[in-house]
Design a protein around this ligand. Sequence first.
Ligand code: FMN
Length: 214
Amino acid sequence: MDLHFENIRREYSKRSLSAKDMPASPFDLVTRWLQDAVETKTYEPTAVIVGTATPDGRPSTRTVLLKEFLNGEFVFYSNYESRKGQQMAANPHVCLTFLWHELERQIHVEGEVRLLEPEQSDAYFAMRPYKSRVGARISPQSRPIPGRTFIVQEFMKESLRYAGRTVPRPDTWGGYVVQPTRIEFWQGRESRLHDRFLYELQPDSTWSICRLAP
Ligand SMILES: Cc1cc2nc3c(=O)[nH]c(=O)nc-3n(C[C@H](O)[C@H](O)[C@H](O)COP(=O)(O)O)c2cc1C
């Protein structure tokens, strides 16, 4: 069956961005927009789409949850042997897209990724709920499994194994840190004349700012 979405249309008119409001560092605005997303109770305010690519440029994307924005760097956690993990190990160039429908806002980030220090991954892992820690240990993320029963049984076995004990972080799971070189803020406006401002990191570590056509 063919599907037609031509009549689904929404005007964006809630907010605006102007050159005079753009801070010298994009980090101030990233912070404010993340805080706005949390405070206005948007659905999954920290969800972010991570784009990775193989060394020969074949891209793939998926959603993760941002856990920290620290000193201008974005931190998320995943399985190091997953598909994205293998791509990031072979090609550190990544992008991140935050989309907050309720605020008619998007941030797009490009930069390089590295592994978080093991001690910091340990610290975050220890804060996770027991079941999430067990799940991270047993899931061979992104690899084929024989069925749901397999993963449920592995989960039960590992849960029993560590009942009442500290669940150690597996070597295959931990944090990623994205250091941005390009950050674009998008605010939806009337008649598709959206506001877009691009920050690009300069060799002297300052940021250039320019308005982009919608
Ligand atoms: C809302 C949402 C949040 C997610 N958060 C994470 C996360 O923080 N870390 C993670 O590894 N996967 C997370 N996932 C699952 C990923 O999108 C993806 O399925 C998984 O990481 C495997 O991706 P890959 O095969 O490309 O490596 C999340 C999915 C959704 C929809």
